[in-house]
Design a protein around this ligand. Structure first.
Ligand SMILES: [Fe+2]
Ligand SMILES: [Fe+2]
Length: 165
């Protein structure tokens, strides 16, 4: 992945994790069984829900609270892209819920759809949104965004620690 503006590095790290999961979901029975991955769809469903609760929902929050509003304000060319990115967040949440409550063919299809949409979503952010940020965002605003993203990430980490204890 491209070298990112310091304010986007945490989000890009999340994207890296998201892409690894998306690839496995898309690959179905061809996915490599490394790092504890399994071909059991119910186990995959648990994994997806854990990923959403521990990582993805915080990531969406950081983007929707810290990044997107400032992008719309300062980079007007980003507004239609952001509208579609937000709608993808909601679609991904629908899929996470469906994955948690379905079985058989529906579960299998939802897992693959989640992999496809997650990958497409991350690629749009990395290839379209982030370069727009890097070329146009005023540096003081970019810095503020970076610290707000950091704050949301820190809350996520605190919550994870609290869960472990
Ligand atoms: Fe996103
Ligand atoms: Fe993202």
């Amino acid at each position: 992945m491209a070298k990112r503006h310091p304010s986007l590095v945490l989000l890009s790290q999340d994207h890296h994790h998201g892409l690894a999961l998306a690839l496995r979901l898309r690959q179905g029975d061809n996915a490599l069984l490394t790092d504890g991955w399994t071909h059991d769809r119910k186990e995959q469903a648990k994994h997806v829900q854990g990923f959403y609760n521990e990582e993805l929902r915080w990531h969406f929050k950081a983007e929707e609270d810290a990044l997107f509003p400032q992008m719309i304000k300062h980079v007007s060319a980003s507004s239609s892209l952001i509208e579609s990115l937000i709608s993808q967040h909601r679609q991904l949440e629908v899929l996470v819920r469906r994955i948690g409550s379905s079985s058989g063919t529906q579960l299998e299809e939802s897992l693959v759809s989640m992999g496809q949409l997650l990958e497409q979503h991350i690629r749009s952010e990395e290839r379209e949104l982030f370069p727009l940020f890097e070329s146009t965002m005023p540096s003081d605003v970019a810095e503020q965004i970076g610290s707000k993203v950091k704050g949301i990430h820190a809350k996520q980490t605190l919550q994870e620690r609290a869960r472990e204890n």
